[in-house]
Design a protein around this ligand. Structure first.
Ligand SMILES: Nc1ncnc2c1ncn2[C@@H]1O[C@H](COP(=O)(O)OP(=O)(O)O)[C@@H](O)[C@H]1O
Ligand SMILES: N[C@@H](CCOP(=O)(O)O)C(=O)O
Length: 293
């Protein structure tokens, strides 16, 4: 038996659509696997009632296939589905690390990233790796078709999750098919600024580099109260605010000591818009951890 904890993640970070990701210290999924002749999946925890236990429909089933590793699997969800916090990816990441150990497949953590990404194709139609990479490797990650680079960074964050669901599949439909050269130049500049900020653990640079003129404005329209929550976070001292993943969670970057005030301001703004929400005061953290084997 192997048990693995895989953290929630925030993908895109504004300017790095389908490329950037960051592991969060909390929340997390915990997945336990035991060898079995046929795969069965049991799901408990946050939003379990919305998650299929059929291996054909659960992200973990695709990982079982890719590793040829049938197992009895228990998923304890800490990351609510359709959150923009890499819920489906956290389960897939944990399962990839756990099944690799259980069956002694010998893949490195980096080699497990595209394997876990097969699960994302099951739910969003695209095997994007920007959530599974940080959930496995930890830190801030840059993922391209050539592979993933991970950087340890110490950046305080708040993620505010409203009590509404946005599926990644639906949110991918609003992504523009084209962008102007001006928008491209602005985005490249911001993404590069953000990457430098991560290497320096500088929340001012990271916050400034999250601005994105292409995808985020379209996604923000799907989140009731977004503009007010964003403004409230800046007023409380956030250095940057954007949609987390495909939403509806909203990510705020903070300097040390500012998270409590930023979280309270974001919750108040959602409440003013008539929406219940919860805020996680978190930071960039480590990847998947083996808890028991
Ligand atoms: N192990 C899993 N954990 C969470 N969601 C899953 C899992 N397997 C399949 N799903 C489905 O994936 C969808 C949520 O994924 P997604 O829309 O990408 O949200 P998130 O942004 O939280 O990852 C839901 O329809 C859910 O039923
Ligand atoms: N790059 C993807 C990331 C989706 O993240 P999720 O946490 O919402 O699943 C996208 O923006 O579609």
């Amino acid at each position: 038996m192997v048990t693995v904890r895989a953290p929630a993640t925030s993908a895109n970070l504004g300017s790095g659509f389908d490329v950037f990701g960051a592991a969060l210290t909390r929340p997390a999924d915990v997945v336990t696997v035991e060898k079995a002749a046929e795969t069965t999946i049991e799901v408990t925890g946050a939003g379990a009632q919305y998650i299929p236990e059929d291996p054909e429909k659960n992200t973990v089933g695709a990982v079982v296939e890719a590793l040829d590793a049938p197992a009895r699997i228990h998923i304890d969800k800490g990351v609510r589905p359709a959150s923009g916090l890499g819920s489906s990816a956290a389960s897939a990441a944990a399962a990839a690390v756990a099944l690799n150990r259980l069956y002694d497949r010998g893949y490195s953590r980096s080699e497990l990233v595209p394997i876990a990404a097969e699960g994302e194709a099951v739910v969003s139609g695209v095997a994007h790796s920007d959530n599974v990479a940080p959930s496995i490797l930890g830190g801030f990650t840059v993922t391209t078709s050539e592979g993933t680079h991970a950087v340890d960074a110490s950046i305080p964050l708040v993620v505010c999750l409203p009590d509404v669901a946005v599926s990644t599949r639906d949110a991918r439909r609003v992504v523009p098919e084209t962008a102007s050269m001006d928008a491209l130049v602005e985005t490249v500049g911001n993404a590069a600024t953000l990457a430098v900020g991560m290497c320096r653990s500088d929340p001012d640079l990271v916050g400034a580099g999250m601005s994105d003129p292409v995808v985020t404005p379209e996604r923000a329209r799907l989140i009731t109260g977004y503009d007010d929550v964003r403004a409230a976070a800046f007023d409380a001292g956030a250095t940057g605010v954007t949609v987390s993943g495909a939403g509806p969670a909203i990510l705020a970057v903070c300097r040390g000591g500012r998270r409590r005030g930023v979280a309270a301001a974001m919750l108040d703004a959602f409440a003013d818009a008539g929406i219940d929400a919860r805020a996680y005061q978190t930071r960039i953290g480590r990847g998947s951890t083996v808890l028991e084997e």
